[in-house]
Design a protein around this ligand. Sequence first.
Ligand code: ADP
Ligand code: MG
Length: 246
Amino acid sequence: MGSPLINLHNISYQYEQTKALIDINLTIAEGDFLAIIGPNGSGKSTLLKIILGLLKPTSGEVLLFGKPVNQFKEKERIGYVSQKSNSFNTGFPATVTEVVRSGLVKKTGLFHRYPANVNKQVRQALKSVGMDEYSMKNIGDLSGGQQQRVFIARALISNPNVLILDEPTVGVDSKNVKSFYNMLSHLNREHNITIVLVTHDVDAVSKSISHVACLNQRIHFHGFKNEMDQMSDEQLEAWYGHAVRK
Ligand code: ADP
Ligand code: MG
């Protein structure tokens, strides 16, 4: 097991009316490929935003690489693809290259100059998600799954250690979901990128992941994927309030 990259200690989060997370303790280690699963409204997106420092926990502490999450430099080591990121309409006036390149803006500021080797970086990022043939295409002309790959390339261009994805296969054609997860698995294994994703595709994702966490306000289970495979349908259903496996 790799060294811990993300530590959540006793995290709780309260929106005005809603208790979204209660007493979450979770360690994500270098090299993990973790799927966080749970029904709608169970706090999955909230948890990711807390890891990213976009929301401040009501109580508890987040450590990234052993340091508090609010240290900007540490946050830069995490790539994020948010929920519903791939909702460009046809005709959106940007090429794939422009979208991927924009992933560098947060590093260089608004009136930035891209580094001299930016085109090479774009090519490498697109290659790692299997999209190197599409660099001059208009983003709006791509399928939902292809757009999602481009957004992953945008997150990867700043060489993060960790990639965080919120329901990345929403908008991906069901026949392409498997190859999408294979691509993430390749990033995890060959490019040594730790991956944390939220998904409802419990069956489709299971070949790619190393770990799984079941979340419903609290973490009901966190462990190796094969431990969860051995769990009964009834046990999972009791946590979720509905059938989890197909
Ligand atoms: P999930 O991603 O698992 O569907 P969320 O983290 O989005 O769940 O939401 C967890 C709970 O917090 C839900 O009950 C949701 O209605 C509530 N919630 C989410 N975002 C907000 C918000 N901005 N303001 C108030 N309540 C919210
Ligand atoms: Mg969500």
